[in-house]
Design a protein around this ligand. Structure first.
Ligand SMILES: *[C@@H]1O[C@H](CO)[C@@H](O)[C@H](O)[C@H]1NC(C)=O
Ligand SMILES: *[C@@H]1O[C@H](CO)[C@@H](O)[C@H](O)[C@H]1NC(C)=O
Length: 262
């Protein structure tokens, strides 16, 4: 009477066993090679560095620094300020930021609290506490520079501001997509529909245009993001960014430094 029960138990047991084996075989590297985060064997940093699963990994098993700084509480204190009517409230998550940041291992392992305070000050200013995913009324504009032959606009696609740093124009979608390995010229909507992609586009901009000026003070980062606000262009916006920055530096207990304005 119990035979059927027993055999189905064994089936489940065997299935579990095989699926585990299949997983580890994806990384059946020789003992001198590392199993990368994606399950491939090799010996360079791409395999033995961040995310290395087994073999002679060069990383200790500590989580990347970014995980420890951007806690769920830190993220929630920001996004909880936005109203329920905000599209961004059901879109942006702490995990999507962490996942995006971890695709830039240089960043994830070396970021400081002050850099996170800087970055989130700009995110929250640009999106109003993660309320907006896209530029307000952006869909009425296509932001297509037809003279740009390197990154031609795809038919019917619009390149208005999307994501935390409002990625805009075909040439930026093109260059960013190329760097991230995503066809953002043909699928610009991805930036507004996948939160990890949204944060990755912001990270791309950060790594290429903002990180280099971090040591010049917060003001230099405003200039890198929206230089038109500087030199009296929009003191309200500059002050709003600085206010966020001071708040986050306070939460992290770090000195905001000098040259905060621009
Ligand atoms: C944010 O809101 C959620 C849901 O209402 C709540 O559970 C959480 O405690 C809040 N967190 C913070 C830091 O305000
Ligand atoms: C967006 O469009 C609506 C309707 O056309 C208009 O009322 C509103 O002022 C616009 N908002 C901005 C920020 O341009």
């Amino acid at each position: 009477m119990n035979l059927r029960k027993i055999s189905s138990f064994f089936l489940i047991y065997l299935f579990g066993f095989y699926s585990q084996t299949a997983k580890s075989q994806f990384c059946g590297c020789s003992p001198i090679l590392c199993c990368s985060q994606y399950g491939y064997c090799g010996s360079s940093n791409g395999y033995c560095g961040t995310g290395c699963q087994s073999g002679p990994c060069r990383t200790n098993k500590e989580p990347p620094v970014v995980d420890m700084i951007v806690t769920q509480d830190f993220f929630d204190r920001i996004i909880n300020k936005t109203g329920n009517g905000c599209a961004g409230k059901r879109f942006y998550t702490r995990d999507s930021f962490i996942n995006a940041a971890n695709t830039f291992s240089n960043f994830a392992n070396s970021v400081t609290r002050r850099e996170i305070a800087t970055m989130f000050a700009h995110f929250t200013h640009e999106t109003e506490d993660f309320c907006y995913i896209e530029e307000v009324n952006g869909s009425s504009l296509d932001y297509c520079d037809e003279n740009n032959r390197q990154y031609p606009c795809a038919p019917g696609k619009k390149y208005y501001g999307r994501g935390p740093f409002l990625l805009s124009w075909n040439y930026n979608y093109g260059a960013c997509g190329q760097s991230l390995g995503l066809d953002l010229l043909r699928n610009p909507e991805l930036v507004g529909s996948n939160p990890t992609v949204a944060f990755r586009t912001a990270m791309w901009f950060w790594m290429n245009s903002v990180r280099l000026v971090l040591n010049q003070g917060f003001g230099a980062t405003i200039k890198a993001i929206n230089g038109m606000e500087c030199n009296g262009g929009n003191p309200g916006a500059v002050n709003a960014r600085i206010k966020y920055y001071r708040d986050y530096c306070g939460q992290f207990d770090v000195d905001p430094g000098v040259n905060m304005t621009c």
